[in-house]
Every structure is written in structure tokens, then in C-alpha cells.
Design a protein around this ligand. Structure first.
Ligand code: BES
Ligand code: MN
Ligand code: ZN
Length: 501
């Protein structure tokens, strides 16, 4: 599907469907006014007759509007101007695309100007539009015998004022790259655990390498990890027939000697809990326990497409957590790559076990920053719900940058503390550290565990357990945290360029 920015005269746009907005209380936006004027009052009549009040997301499809080149005019309610947050904008675009889908529209011109959001930044609005549109059009069918009917939509134009063209076009290009990365993350997340295994993730990384000249990749199998002493990561896959993998994807967009920014993703391709077996209800959703890894893979796709002028290394710690006679047991003690020993009191707290060795491994890259992304704790859903992720960091600046990036990318995160008073919750009588900290502050103690392995660099941890997938009727991966990660890297690349000048 093609996206395009245009600035044509509204009445003259030849399209299957022209989309214009009405404000709350029936006020017409400038595009709606243009239609109204050309047609001799059709939109005003709609409002006067009570067919449309401008209520948010309310859609009315008109056909054969007089003196309008478009075949149809879709009038959509924008709601109150001061209530138009990012989430309201997303809901609006979803409503519009649902309508376009049900009418089998092939070509659309969306003339909402910059009215879709109270933040007038057109670059940002177009990005959210494109990302949301791609999300609406995404359909999972890989494991269905009846394939989804492909969307009929082939062309989506956004109509903007002439002086906004440049910014809108930039938003479109970046939005497309981010959306493509989100689709990668969605698809990987949605694939079942019997297909999306650690070795499958490794193959996906090799495909990414094929696609871009400046992407290279290295796969460490169990033997290679054994040699490095990554016994903690390996302990998670002990009970599984699937081989654990450490996947390293290097994107070289900067100078050869420039320090890289590193992303580390939790890639538990299925989390049964291991010997500390999870209850049966909703256990299928633990196929999404590799959504941190999927976010890393998606982000690497996006930044390669955007050709960001920086070096980024994506690392995926992939394993399947299964019970068996070979599985790690509660009370087992393992030695991490760092040399620290861990008492595994609960085999279901496995994310931190795969991540800690990956976090030690990345020291060799002399990273500028390291961000890990993980569906790490159910506790983060208790704390923050399914709306936002949590960020915890050993570096205030990095934490702040992620919060800012999340705000801008409409993929928000909120900081939680990992102060030293929490560390004693991880004390063990039998090892240097225990892998769980008791019932209180579960997300914080998980991050405190990781903090023990990240002392050598600026590090942040994103707990995405609440946001990586949706439950219920629309069950499926969301493609988050690709937007925040892309934004963080885009901002960092821009800052680096500014510093160099
Ligand atoms: N993958 C889970 C976290 C999770 C649970 C994500 C539910 C999304 C929904 C993780 O491996 C896990 O099992 N964590 C345990 C930790 C506990 C044993 C300390 C949890 O959150 O219950
Ligand atoms: Mn678990
Ligand atoms: Zn898990």
C-alpha cells in the first residue's frame, strides 16, 4: 500500500473516498467547509438534520456529493478539540479505516489537516496516522488454512496545507518505517510457540542480514554459550528440546569507531513457568513472552530502513522454558557469565535469567547505552495496567530520554525506582543472589536483579508485559515497544549529529 502527502483543492480531489472532519457541536473543519461550499450546503444539512453532531469517531458516508470530484465523502466526528489526545487520534483513525474496509475502498484521501490531535505537530500526527492505519490493516493468517482477504486499499493520501508538506512527508517516511517494524514485531509475537522457536528467531535475524548491506548478524548456539560460561541463560532452556540461541544483530550506520547503542530483548518463545509450572488459564498467551525480542527485531528493521546515522546492536536472548527431567529445579544454583551465582527459587522468573547473561555479554561492545526490553513481570500490570510500560534505570538521563521518547512516539513509559533498599529482597543463603524477591514490588525486584549485571554501563530496562499484546476478542501482539525504541534511537542520533557540529 502506498501513502502519499498531497495539497490539492478539496473539491477537485479524484478519489474513491474523501475523508473530512466535523468538530464537536457540529462545527465544520476547513476541509468540511470546502465540501459544504462546493456542494451547496450538504455538510451543514447533515448537521442541521441531526445526522451528525461531530461526536468522536462517528462516521457518515455520503455518495454523489454535488460538485465534488470524490466518489464518496466520509464525514467523521473529531470530538472536542481539547480532548484530542494521541489515544483519541488513534481511535479516530481506527474508526475511519474500519469504515473504509467495510466499504471495500481502494483509494482514499484523508483531509483532516492537523485537526486529529490537540498537538498541532503535523509530522507527529502523520506518523501516528500511518502507524495506526498499518495496524488496522494488519491481518494475521500465517497458521490459518483460509487466508485473510487482502485489503482492497492500495492508496492512502493525506491532504495537508502547503506549508506543512515537508513535515508531513517526513512523518510519512518515518511512520512507514516504524509501522513496518511494528508489523515484524506483531507477526513474530503472534506466531505460535511451535513455529516461533529460538532457532526460528535466529533465522529471522539472518533474513534481516540479507536485506540490508549494513546489517550483520551472529548466532551463538548452546555450545558457544557454554564456552562463554552463560550457564544462567542456558539453565532456562534445560528442560526444552529446543536449542537456546543468543542472536546478535549489528546495524552499522555510524562511524566504525563510534560506540554502539545496544538493545537486548527477552526471547522466551514459550514460558510454561518450567518446574514452577504456571496455571492453565491463559497459558497460551505465554507464546508472547518473546515480544521483547520481537521489539528488538522490529526496531532493527525500522532503523535500517530509516538509515539512522548511528551504530546499534540488537541482542536477543532466546530460550523455551519447559518442565522435564532435565529442567532446572527450584533451589538449583547456577553460575552466570559474570561469575556471580544465582539461586533459582522459582523457575518461572526466567526472563531475568536469560537477560542477565546477555547483559554481561554486551559489555564487550563498549556500549554507549544498553536498553533491555522484556515481558518480565505480571506485577507491572498490577502497577501500571495494560496502558503503559515501566522503565527502570541506573542512569537518570537515559530514563528521562526514554520517557520523552515514549511520550513523543505515543508509546508511553513511566519510571519506577530501583533504589538500593530493594536489593536486600534478593538475598540468598545459598548463592550470591536469589532470582525472586517475594510478593512485594515484583517488577522492581526483577529490575534490581538485572541491575546487578549492568554496573559497567548506562542501562535501562523496559518491562512491556502489560503492553506487548492484547487479550480477548482482539487477542494479538501490538507491535509495541517498537515506537518508543525507534524514537529513542532517532532522538539519540539527532543529538549525536548536533554534538558533532
Ligand atoms: N513471562 C512472565 C511475566 C508475565 C506474566 C508477563 C503474565 C505477562 C503476563 C515471567 O516470566 C514470569 O513468569 N514472571 C513471574 C515472576 C515471579 C515468579 C517472581 C510473574 O510475574 O509471576
Ligand atoms: Mn515466567
Ligand atoms: Zn516469562
Amino acid at each position: 500500500m502506498d501513502f502519499e502527502i498531497i495539497n490539492s483543492d478539496i473539491a477537485a480531489i479524484k478519489t474513491e473516498c474523501l475523508v473530512v472532519g466535523i468538530e464537536a457541536d457540529g462545527q465544520l473543519t476547513s476541509a468540511a467547509q470546502a465540501v459544504d461550499k462546493a456542494s451547496g450546503g450538504e455538510i451543514q444539512a447533515l448537521v442541521a438534520d441531526g445526522d451528525h453532531t461531530g461526536k468522536a469517531n462517528h462516521c457518515t458516508m455520503l455518495r454523489n456529493v454535488a460538485n465534488i470530484a470524490a466518489k464518496r465523502v466520509l464525514v467523521v466526528g473529531l470530538g472536542e478539540a481539547k480532548k484530542r489526545t494521541d489515544n483519541v487520534q488513534k481511535a479516530l483513525i481506527k474508526a475511519v479505516f474500519a469504515q473504509l474496509k467495510s466499504n471495500s475502498i481502494t483509494d482514499v484521501a484523508i483531509a483532516l489537516d492537523d485537526n486529529a490531535n490537540q498537538d498541532a505537530d503535523i509530522y507527529r500526527q502523520i506518523r501516528i496516522n500511518v502507524q495506526t492505519a498499518c495496524g488496522s490493516l494488519y491481518q494475521y493468517d500465517e497458521t490459518k488454512s483460509t487466508k485473510a482477504t487482502p485489503s482492497t486499499l492500495t492508496n492512502v493520501s493525506f491532504v495537508v496545507a502547503e506549508d506543512q508538506t515537508e513535515n508531513a512527508e517526513a512523518g510519512l517516511v518515518d511512520g512507514t518505517a516504524v509501522a513496518n517494524g511494528m508489523s515484524v514485531a506483531r507477526e513474530l509475537g503472534n506466531l505460535p510457540g511451535n513455529i516461533c522457536t529460538p532457532t526460528f528467531l535466529a533465522k529471522e535475524a539472518l533474513e534481516l542480514e540479507q536485506g540490508y548491506e549494513n546489517v550483520s548478524c551472529e548466532i551463538l548456539d548452546e555450545a558457544a554459550m557454554e564456552k562463554l560460561g552463560m550457564h544462567c541463560l542456558l539453565s532456562v532452556g534445560n528442560g526444552s528440546a529446543e536449542e537456546s540461541q543468543l542472536i546478535v544483530i549489528k546495524y552499522n550506520g555510524g562511524e566504525a569507531d563510534e560506540q554502539p547503542h545496544v538493545l537486548v530483548g527477552k526471547g522466551v518463545t514459550f514460558d510454561t513457568g518450567g518446574i514452577s509450572l504456571k496455571p492453565g488459564a491463559s497459558m497460551d498467551e505465554m507464546k508472547f513472552d518473546m515480544c521483547g525480542a520481537a521489539s528488538v527485531m522490529g526496531t532493527m528493521h525500522s532503523i535500517a530502513e530509516m538509515e539512522l546515522p548511528m551504530n546499534v546492536i540488537g541482542v536477543i536472548a532466546a530460550a523455551e522454558n519447559m518442565p522435564s527431567d532435565k529442567a532446572t529445579k527450584p533451589g538449583d544454583v547456577v553460575t552466570t557469565m559474570s561469575g556471580k551465582t544465582v539461586e533459582i527459587l522459582n523457575t518461572d522468573a526466567e526472563g531475568r535469567l536469560v537477560l542477565c547473561d546477555a547483559l554481561t555479554y554486551v559489555e564487550r561492545f563498549n556500549p554507549k547505552t544498553v536498553v533491555d526490553i522484556a515481558t518480565l513481570t505480571g506485577a507491572v500490570i498490577v502497577a501500571l495496567g495494560n496502558q503503559v510500560s515501566a522503565v527502570m534505570a541506573n542512569n537518570d538521563e537515559l530514563a528521562q530520554e526514554l520517557v520523552i521518547a515514549g511520550d513523543y512516539a505515543a508509546d508511553r513509559t513511566w519510571r519506577m525506582p530501583i533504589w538500593d533498599e530493594y536489593q536486600e529482597l534478593l538475598d540468598s543463603n545459598f548463592a550470591d543472589i536469589a532470582n525472586i524477591g517475594g510478593p512485594a514490588a515484583g517488577s522492581i525486584t526483577a529490575a534490581c536483579f538485572l541491575a546487578r549485571f549492568t554496573e559497567k554501563y548506562a542501562w535501562a530496562h523496559l518491562d512491556i508485559a502489560g503492553i506487548a499484546w492484547q487479550k480477548g476478542k482482539e487477542k494479538g501482539a501490538t507491535g509495541r515497544a517498537v515506537p518508543i525504541l525507534c524514537q529513542y534511537l532517532m532522538n539519540t542520533a539527532a543529538d549525536q549529529l548536533a554534538d558533532d557540529q
